[in-house]
Design a protein around this ligand. Sequence first.
Ligand code: NAD
Length: 494
Amino acid sequence: MFADEILVGGRWRRGGGEVLETRDPATGEVLARLHGAGVADVDEAVRAGAAAAADPAWRDLLPHERARCLVRIADLIAERADDIAALQTADTGKSINETRALVASAQGTFRYFAAALETLEGALTPSRGPYLTMSVHEPVGVVGAITPWNSPIASDAQKVAPALAAGNAVVLKPAEWTPLVSLALGRLITDAGLPPGLLSVLPGPGRIIGDAIVRHPGVGKVSFTGGTTTGRAIGAAAAEKIMPVSLELGGKSPTIVFPDADREQALAGLLFGVFSSSGQSCIAGSRAFVHASIYEEVVGELVRRAGRLRIGPGTDPATQVAPMVAHAHRDKVAAMVDRARDEGARVRCGGRTPDGEAYARGAYYLPTILDGVPNSAAICQEEVFGPVLVALPFEDEEDLVAQANDTVYGLACGVWTGDYRTAWRVARRIDAGTVWVNTYKQFSISTPFGGFKDSGLGREKGREGIFAYMRQKSVYWGMDEQQPYSQQWGAQST
Ligand code: NAD
């Protein structure tokens, strides 16, 4: 069903690396086997990318002309939206509603960066002498984009669109478990007529292919989304090369309910925040801090509603909690819950796989709520990346802020309160790159995104997002015959 081909430097061909197997997590069936990239493919892709980026056919395109390429890609994503969403549901297990939304978001990302590119400006800076000074931005050349498995089309687009908009070539490495959507994006971008060589798609093991991309001397920037441990290793390798990196990493985000919150809004936000995507989201609101005065009432209701969530295959539009990306990942999540249980956590709901023939073959795990452990417990400190919520009571704002910030992560936070002053104070005191007030997990491509602390470095999205893929250059133009050094260093009379 799938051609055993990857995109290397403008050519579709069999990869030179090991065979990757990708399965449908709803059934466990093999979707595709394909040869991933080998290290020689990385070298070929980077060289071809460098040549394509330096070719006047791409390098000299005016911004509005380059923007047209991005719009063509967006149009093709729109045309193939149903197929891409279905493919992503098969490859990641995610529900079809979610993958449709991710495809729409990817399309919007290409359109947004096309528009941003057309309006990108350099600067004439205030001169300090008889010269004109300006600051311009230029592409870095070849960008390495390394993405995780949870939302491939959206995370790929968030890197590929601004990197191309900036005038670069891109070498994209999808995660081992989910290569198919990135390859489909590669096909689509080829069909959109992007000059060959500007995009390579190299599935393969991170420790070999990802590492080879990061260390390749021809790669001038790496944009990475994934786990914090991997991000730290990539950051260290980048430091050796003195190469800029953007790191979008993990999280353990607090969601907070004050007594004056709209109860319905808070309950819906908490459930959606942690159980959508089966919790496999960097911004999952995985620690719920509920004021002690309403704790039992709110947590009891969360438990009731979590028990009623519809669990099923991602292909069913009624599904709320779909299978996890892979059986191995589901087992890792289950082991973390078991360890929490051993350490004294109370399992308020879930904590196991669902019963019934319909779930027997899929990588399912029930929406799980735990409590009875302090914020210092491993289950409150480590990223689970699954449908697991830990509930914690808080006494007052000081106690809340101390607990919520007591984590190595700083990606996101949700606050539910009826008082805008409380919301503002708390939003400013929580160490997180994004705070949602009376809503959660909503995104706009025009708003920068990124983490504090171990959750990352740099920002994606927003108009400034293009600059992450550019180098800044200053140009001084001497405008007078007489320059400050002219008298001492000018023409000597003979
Ligand atoms: P991961 O770190 O294991 O892998 C991410 C990517 O890095 C994959 O393509 C992998 O092959 C590659 N990789 C692994 N080792 C590498 C190495 N040594 N050098 C170069 N590349 C390497 O993460 P994952 O399990 O695929 O994804 C889950 C993680 O991603 C979670 O921690 C989650 O929080 C994080 N994430 C963060 C964001 C964000 O925007 N902050 C978004 C989604 C996911």
